[in-house]
Design a protein around this ligand. Structure first.
Ligand code: HSE
Length: 420
C-alpha cells in the first residue's frame, strides 16, 4: 500500500481524497498497488472539510513521516510551497503539485533538485486536460510551432456569461468563486496571471524558454465592456482570454491577453469553464486539447493520474522533458514591443465636427492601417469609435494609444483588444 500526504486540503485536496477512495478499484488496478491518503495539512483545524482523512496543522507531520512516499502540494502561493516541496524532495519523497505559480517562478531549480525523484505537475495547466503529458511525451518528436489557447476557466466562464447572457462582471466573478473555479485571490484569474503561469510552464516544455511572468506581456479581462462584446458579435468574433506561445525564427513570443477570435475557429466555440489548447507541431500539424480547466474533481483527476504514474514506477525524466538545450540553445524570448497583431480599439470621443478626421490622421502618423470603423452614440455628447486595424506592431499601437488619450476630445484611455 502506498501512503500519500496532502499539503493543503481545499477544494482540490478534498477531491483528491474522495477520488482515491471512490475510484479505488480502477486506481489500484492501474497502479498495481492500493493508494491511500494517510494525512492532510490544513491551516485551520476547526473547519469541517467533509472528508474522512486525518488532519494536522503541522507540515512536518507529513515531511517527517517515513511511511508517506508521495507528497501532494496543493497550498497555492510561491514561497511557502517552494520550501515544502524542496524539503520533500530532499527527503526523497516524490512530489505532485497543481501549483502553477510555484512552477512559473521555480521550475528550473525544481527540475535540478528533483533529478531522479519523481516530480509531477499535470494539474498545474488546464485542470483535467493531460496537456503536460501530451507536450512532454506525445509530441516529443516535433519542433513546436505554436501553442494557443484558453487556459483560465474562470475568465472563460465569465466571458461566456457576459457575452451570452449579458451578466454583469462582478456578479459573474462571484459565481465563478462560489463554484470553486477562481484562485484564492481572483485578480490572478481576471488579471491574466494564472494563464501566464500556465503558458510559461508549457513554453518551457515546448521551447526550453526560462522566462518569468515579469518578462512577458500579460493583460486580463478587467476592461472588457458590453460595447466590446457588441462589436465582437457584430463583426463575427468571440472574446477569449488567450495564452499564446509562437515561434518566429529563433524567437519565441509569449503573451496573455483578451483576444477577438473569429467565431468559426474551434477555440471560439470553447465556452464556460472549459479550457482548450491548440498545439501545432512541425510534423504532426495541429492538435487540440479540450476539457474542464478548473474545479475540484477535474483538477484532482490530473493529480491522481500523476500519483498513479509514480506508483507504477514511471518517472518522466527530466521534469520539463529535456536535459540538453533544445533547438541548439538558440531560442530567445521576443521583446513584447516587437509582437505583431491586428487590433481593435474603442475610443470614446466628443461627438463633434472634425474628430474623425483627426483620429484617422493619427492612425496614419503611427503607421497603422484601419480595417473597419464604426461610430456608436454613447451619451448625449460623446460617441464610441470602434476601430479594427490591419497588422501592426505592438510598440506602434501603444504609442498611438498614448497620443490618443492626451487629446482633449478623447474622453478616456482607449480600450484595446488584439485580434487573432
Ligand atoms: N483559477 C484557475 C482557473 C483554476 O480558473 O482556470 C485552474 O488553474
Amino acid at each position: 500500500m502506498v501512503k500519500v500526504g496532502i499539503v493543503g486540503v481545499g477544494t482540490v485536496g478534498v477531491s483528491v481524497a474522495q477520488i482515491l477512495k471512490e475510484n479505488a478499484d480502477v486506481i489500484s488496478a492501474r497502479a498495481g498497488r492500493d493508494i491511500v491518503v494517510k494525512s492532510g495539512v490544513v491551516k485551520n483545524l476547526s473547519k469541517d472539510r467533509g472528508v474522512d482523512i486525518t488532519l494536522t496543522d503541522n507540515v512536518d507531520d507529513i515531511l517527517n513521516d517515513d511511511e508517506i512516499e508521495i507528497v501532494v502540494e496543493l497550498m497555492g502561493g510561491v514561497d511557502e510551497p517552494y520550501e515544502v516541496v524542496t524539503k520533500a524532495l530532499k527527503s526523497g519523497k516524490a512530489v505532485v503539485t497543481a501549483n502553477k505559480a510555484l512552477l512559473a517562478y521555480h521550475r528550473y531549480e525544481l527540475q535540478e533538485l528533483a533529478k531522479d525523484i519523481a516530480f509531477e505537475y499535470e494539474a498545474s495547466v488546464a485542470g483535467g486536460i493531460p496537456i503536460i503529458n501530451a507536450l512532454r511525451n506525445g509530441l516529443s518528436a516535433n519542433h513546436i510551432e505554436s501553442i494557443m489557447g484558453i487556459m483560465n476557466g474562470t475568465c472563460n466562464y465569465m466571458l461566456t456569461k457576459m457575452s451570452n447572457e449579458g451578466v454583469a462582471y462582478d456578479v459573474i466573478l462571484k459565481e465563478a468563486q462560489d463554484l470553486g473555479y477562481a484562485e484564492a485571490d481572483p485578480t490572478f484569474d481576471v488579471g491574466g496571471y494564472d494563464a501566464a503561469h500556465k503558458l510559461l510552464i508549457l513554453a518551457s516544455i515546448a521551447y526550453g524558454i526560462d522566462a518569468k511572468p515579469e518578462d512577458i506581456l500579460i493583460e486580463g479581462i478587467e476592461n472588457i465592456s458590453q460595447d466590446d462584446i457588441a462589436f465582437a458579435k457584430e463583426f463575427g468574433y468571440a472574446i477569449k482570454l488567450l495564452g499564446i506561445a509562437k515561434k518566429d525564427g529563433n524567437e519565441v513570443e509569449l503573451r496573455v491577453h483578451a483576444a477577438l477570435v473569429p467565431q468559426d475557429e474551434m477555440i471560439a466555440k470553447i465556452d464556460g469553464v472549459m479550457n482548450g489548447i491548440s498545439v501545432v507541431g512541425d510534423k504532426v500539424g495541429e492538435t487540440l486539447y479540450y476539457g474542464a480547466g478548473a474545479g475540484g474533481d477535474a483538477t484532482a483527476s490530473a493529480v491522481v493520474a500523476n500519483i498513479v504514474d509514480i506508483v507504477r514506477g514511471g518517472k518522466s525524466t527530466p521534469m520539463l522533458g529535456f536535459d540538453r538545450p533544445m533547438e541548439a540553445g538558440t531560442l530567445t524570448l521576443k521583446d513584447s514591443a516587437d509582437i505583431e497583431s491586428k487590433y481593435y480599439l474603442r475610443v470614446n470621443v466628443s461627438d463633434k465636427a472634425g474628430v474623425l478626421a483627426r483620429i484617422t490622421k493619427i492612425f496614419e502618423e503611427h503607421n497603422i492601417s484601419v480595417q473597419t470603423m464604426l461610430q456608436r452614440p454613447a451619451d448625449g455628447s460623446s460617441a464610441n469609435l470602434l476601430i479594427s486595424t490591419h497588422n501592426a506592431k505592438e510598440s506602434d499601437i501603444q504609442a498611438m494609444i498614448q497620443t490618443l488619450q492626451e487629446l482633449d476630445f478623447v474622453q478616456s484611455k482607449p480600450a484595446m483588444i488584439r485580434i487573432v
